[in-house]
Write a protein that binds this ligand. Structure first.
Ligand code: NAD
Length: 320
């Protein structure tokens, strides 16, 4: 496949390394900051993604830019029938979501969303183990540390207009996605968000707590104001069992499940080992001309829950 990447920041580099390792041909890179692409010798470089998509023959473009740019870049690619793999979140508003889903419907190309934690062996085990069981209650927790230096590392971080939210829209969206994937889509939510640690530094929330209501209700607690990163945890309660899932382990009533260990991890430990597996799976779907399992509709589900949580402010609201 001929690949291209838009945005060679923290995660764009991970996509680049995975593509190299998987033997794909990277034909072009695009970034508005030349410093970010200078090191990649022998590959055509663009400042303007439209120019790149209009002038190169590209099978798959990877969108690895700040959140507020995802919708217009994804739509531009789909309108040109170029397959597009977008980093999470797919978009940051319901209007953008409608436009993306309409463009996906019309396009001959495939859209994929990078929720790589679905590829963790622990997630796959949990999804399969719970498929015929009644989960009476579930709980997800994200306790990470993101300090002033993190938010000041790029000017789009920590702003409603450019990040579209804080811990929920950026970090905990992976956990919300797993809970929705395993348990189904909640119909209502009641939640609250606030900024505990970084008042004056960011205008989005660093802490959120919400109850997601539906056939299989669950609670999410998420913060980036913890003193250090702690493993994400999902807890599922059935009649007789408690299943505790972390990115690399599963315990059932305290007994560890024997899981195959993850192969190579790219980027930060907190990203998990799923990027390589997800990218390969997306390319395989494109090659077979089949829908990717995390397409636009699927990638939009967690964004819907995040937006409903922001609207809630302590009241029960419908998830649109
Ligand atoms: N799946 C994951 O685990 C994971 C992990 C980290 C980041 N992400 C996601 O990846 C995306 C990027 O995050 P990041 O941490 O790499 O951010 P970053 O700021 O490090 O990188 C973004 C890059 O996009 C470039 N850029 C900005 N505007 C552009 C434009 N108009 N055209 C081309 N390039 C442009 C910037 O110069 C920068 O190099 C976000 O959506 C983020 O949520 C996902």
């Amino acid at each position: 496949m001929k690949s291209a990447i838009i945005g060679l920041g923290v995660i764009g580099k991970v996509h680049y390394e995975v593509l190299k390792a998987q033997g794909e041909e990277i034909v072009a890179l695009c970034d508005t900051d030349f410093e970010k692409v200078r090191e990649y010798e022998g590959i055509k470089k663009y400042f303007d993604y439209k120019n790149m998509l209009d002038n190169e023959e590209i099978d798959v473009v990877h969108v690895c830019t700040p959140h507020y740019l995802h919708a217009k870049m994804v739509i531009y690619a789909l309108e040109r029938n170029i397959n597009v793999l977008c980093e999470k979140p797919l978009c940051i508003s319901l209007d953008e979501m409608d436009e993306i889903l309409a463009a996906e419907e019309k396009s001959k190309a495939k859209l994929g969303v990078c929720f790589q934690n679905r590829y963790n062996n622990s997630s796959i085990f949990a999804k399969d183990y719970l498929k015929d069981k009644k989960v009476e209650y579930a709980f997800g927790s994200v306790r990470w540390h993101r300090d002033r230096a993190y938010y000041e590392s790029a000017d789009w971080r920590g702003r409603w207009l450019t990040e579209g939210g804080g811990v929920l829209m950026n970090q905990a969206i992976h956990t919300l996605d797993l809970l929705v994937w395993i348990l189904g889509e909640p119909k209502k939510v009641v939640g609250a968000t606030f900024n505990r640690l970084l008042k004056g530094v960011i205008d989005v929330e660093d802490t959120a707590c919400a109850d997601y209501l539906g056939d299989n209700p669950f609670t999410l607690f998420a913060t980036t104001s913890a003193p250090k990163d702690m493993p994400i945890e999902l807890r599922f309660l059935t009649k007789n069992e408690t299943i505790v899932v972390t990115p690399d382990s599963v315990k059932i009533n305290g007994t560890p499940v024997d899981l195959e260990s993850e192969n190579k991890w790219y980027g930060k430990l907190s990203y998990g080992g799923g990027h390589a597996k997800l990218i390969k799976d997306f390319y395989d779907s494109v090659a077979r001309g089949e829908r990717f399992q995390i397409d636009g509709k699927e990638g939009a589900k967690a964004v819907r829950q995040v937006i409903a949580t922001y609207i809630s402010e302590g009241k029960v609201v419908d998830v649109r």
